[in-house]
Design a protein around this ligand. Structure first.
Ligand SMILES: Cc1cc2nc3c(=O)[nH]c(=O)nc-3n(C[C@H](O)[C@H](O)[C@H](O)COP(=O)(O)O)c2cc1C
Length: 514
């Protein structure tokens, strides 16, 4: 089977349907959950400063260009806290779990963070693994002849952390999580005046630079799938391709699950079929601080990031002001958020919404194509009875159906109440068959883009006193039926709910770090 066919087959078999869920574990032993934190025994540990050094910048000021903070461990510690660090511990009935700056399906956090530093004050040059638990670095390798000064973040996925709970669908969740991570990096970098850019590197090269292809080191423990490397440009522009060949290596990764009960070989198959490079930038996006949708909120951006949580339930009655709705939608368009500086590509994922409770917006189904091309192609692919009524003078927002859609949203989202009790349920519809035929690696990138959209929604909502939650569980083809999609030109790949959250008073919240 060719790679595109492998990906299409994976996507089809990992769909949830009204009559059957994608293959997953029959039973879950919660006490045998894979460990949330990996450490590298034998690698030298370097504690990072924990202070956030940019507390004064408000959410509204975030898109404005600012001068770079110097490349040193203080600023690095601050950046990592705001994108991949712990943000809180939760406690209930004797259980304790941590939360991070980015959400993750099932809070399982398959993404591992790597760091390459050259010329960062206070840090010896080398490759490091980031340890979220103590907020520290573990020095994994050093001695590369590559001498470019700078700071790079690398990411890998440990599929088993997600597959343990979600079975075959887990690969999709790992990729959506990465989208959230990329968006989180974009916001944190913007706050520190560093420009993040994805390196145009092949997955195999990423594996070699991060040491993920050193089979002997991973013998007997879970492997890590290479994903991407992001450069954080301070003042100078860095090359878009790098090649670190480390002379010295240290450390051995810890085992996360001593007794895995199931195996999902299809995940490794789709991972292999989707290795490749990120696309080349084809769009100039610069966060637009004078956008008409600009959020004037003066809440500190670092506070928005650190207080972000996923809503576990919504109140089912609060009406979202139209200005907040428009702010969220505007930030999803190219240039609407600093996040799109890291993804300067023609959008291929488009939000379709079931609006339940937004002031002065009739409840119903809406679509917001994020490119001119999609405006036409979505219209051709969707049900031909949709009127595509322009719904806002400032946004490419179209009304497709006027109806109360709470029950439909709940059913489509695996019967989850949050999809009905929120103010708006988003369905991320991706251009699918064409990008995959051109390059199967697009399967990862479409999920990254959808995850980035989710992260933008969640932080914009949070900044305005509202809250979001990812919904990875939805009935794929039932959504397609509602939209009238008859083939795989488009596929829904993520749902997101946003509304007024109801907190669970039984949960105690403790600080992330003492
Ligand atoms: C890709 C993805 C899919 C998710 N799917 C669901 C879902 O179907 N239902 C749900 O209640 N929460 C879902 N969540 C929310 C997570 O459970 C939540 O992010 C996680 O528990 C961590 O909590 P936090 O976001 O408050 O840090 C999802 C999150 C992500 C990133």
């Amino acid at each position: 089977m060719g790679n595109t066919a492998t990906v299409l087959a994976y996507h089809t078999r990992s769909k949830h349907a009204l009559h059957r869920y994608a293959a997953g574990p029959g039973t879950l032993d919660w006490d045998a959950q894979p460990k949330a934190f990996r450490d590298w025994a034998g690698a030298q540990q370097v504690a990072l400063p924990r202070d956030v050094v940019v507390p004064g910048i408000s959410w509204g000021e975030l898109p404005a260009a600012r001068s770079s903070t110097p490349l040193n461990t203080t600023n690095l510690g601050s950046l990592l806290r705001l994108c991949v660090g712990l943000t809180a511990w939760k406690e209930h009935a004797g259980s304790r779990w941590s939360l991070r700056a980015h959400p993750s399906s099932g809070n399982l956090h398959p993404t591992e963070t790597w760091l390459i530093a050259h010329g960062v004050a206070g840090l010896e040059d080398g490759l490091y693994h980031y340890q979220n638990l103590p907020h520290a670095l573990e020095r994994r390798a050093w001695g590369s002849a590559t001498q470019t000064t700078g700071l790079w973040l690398g990411f890998s996925s440990i599929h088993w952390r997600e597959a343990w709970k979600y079975g075959e669908r887990a690969f999709r969740y790992c990729q959506l999580d990465l989208g959230h991570v990329l968006a989180a990096v974009s916001y944190a970098a913007a706050l520190h005046g560093w420009r993040p850019r994805l390196l145009h590197m092949d997955t195999v090269a990423v594996a070699s630079c991060l040491g993920l292809d050193r089979a002997a080191d991973f013998s007997g423990v879970e492997g890590e799938e290479p994903e991407m490397i992001v450069v954080l440009e301070a003042n100078a522009v860095s090359p878009t391709n790098m090649n670190w060949k480390w002379q010295h290596w240290a450390g051995k990764p810890s085992l996360l699950d001593a007794r895995p009960l199931y195996q999902w070989p299809v995940i490794e198959e789709v991972a292999e079929a989707t290795r490749g490079r990120p696309p080349i930038a084809d769009l100039l996006t610069t966060a637009n601080s004078s956008s008409p949708h600009k959020n004037d909120g003066d809440i500190p951006a670092s506070q928005v990031i650190l207080q972000r949580r996923s809503a576990q339930a919504f109140d089912g009655h609060s009406v979202m002001p139209k200005a907040v709705f428009k702010q969220i939608l505007g930030s999803l368009l190219p240039g609407g958020s600093p996040v799109w500086n890291l993804w300067p590509h023609t959008p291929r994922v488009h939000p379709v919404m079931m609006v339940h409770r937004v002031a002065d917006v009739a409840p119903g189904l809406y679509a917001m194509p994020r490119s001119d091309v999609a405006r036409t192609s979505l219209r051709t692919a969707f049900r031909d009875t949709f009127p595509w009524q322009p719904a806002d003078p400032e946004l490419p927002l179209f009304q497709l159906v006027v109806a109360r859609a709470g029950k439909t949203a709940r059913t489509l989202s695996c019967h989850q109440d949050s999809a009905a009790q929120c103010a708006v349920t988003f369905m991320m519809v991706a251009e699918f068959a064409a990008p995959l035929a051109a390059d199967p690696v697009a399967y990862r990138h479409l999920h990254w883009e959808a995850g980035m959209l989710g992260h933008v929604i969640t932080l914009e909502a949070e900044s305005a006193g509202w809250r979001g939650t990812g919904i990875g569980c939805f009935f794929d083809d039932a959504v397609h039926e509602v939209l009238g999609l008859k083939d795989d030109r488009f596929q829904v790949i993520y749902h997101y709910a946003v509304g007024m959250a109801v907190d669970d008073p039984r949960l105690a919240t403790l600080p992330a770090y003492d």
